[in-house]
Design a protein around this ligand. Structure first.
Ligand code: DQA
Length: 147
């Protein structure tokens, strides 16, 4: 199995960026934990971060062949990007939306996600653990679907 993990804008700054909201864990540490879990579950992970909307769209499009699912934290694009939503709808792979913070208990503008309408599930508020839960959940989903 192969899963694409995408981190959206500003997540490269994790650890330094608003630590009271996003915690002190770096993106490298999150990616290392994901890679370890991927090994345990027998999932090959392709992990990427971009600050550019179009680059994320292109990577999602490329996942059309050879991938079984997507884990994505679209970051601020969650609340703005019809293009990322449309790309996910086009590839039609099971997608788990992850947010470190609980977007529903923050500012009003973070409550709406363009992504959740095309996602299998949303995990929000568990910090870095959310990515691991997402990968486990996706793995169970793929196994139960027999794909
Ligand atoms: C975020 C929540 C978004 O509202 C915000 O723009 C981010 C990170 C999260 O992981 O909690 O950049 O997706």
């Amino acid at each position: 199995r192969r899963v694409l993990v995408l981190h959206g804008p500003n997540l490269n700054l994790l650890g330094n960026r608003e630590p009271s909201i996003y915690g002190k864990t770096s993106l490298d540490a999150i990616d290392a934990a994901l890679a370890e879990l991927g090994d345990e579950l027998g999932i090959q992970l392709d992990i990427r971060q971009s600050n550019l909307e179009g680059e994320l769209v292109t990577w999602i499009q490329e996942a059309r062949t050879g991938y079984d699912g997507i884990v994505i934290n679209p970051a601020a694009y969650t609340h703005t990007s019809v293009a990322i939503r449309d790309a996910l709808a086009a590839v039609d792979l099971p997608t788990i939306e992850v947010h470190l913070s609980n977007i529903h208990r923050r500012e009003e503008f973070r409550r709406h996600s363009y992504i959740s309408g095309v996602a299998l599930a949303q995990i929000s508020g568990f910090g870095p653990t959310g990515y691991l839960l997402a990968l486990r959940g996706l793995h169970e989903h793929l196994a139960s679907n027999g794909t």
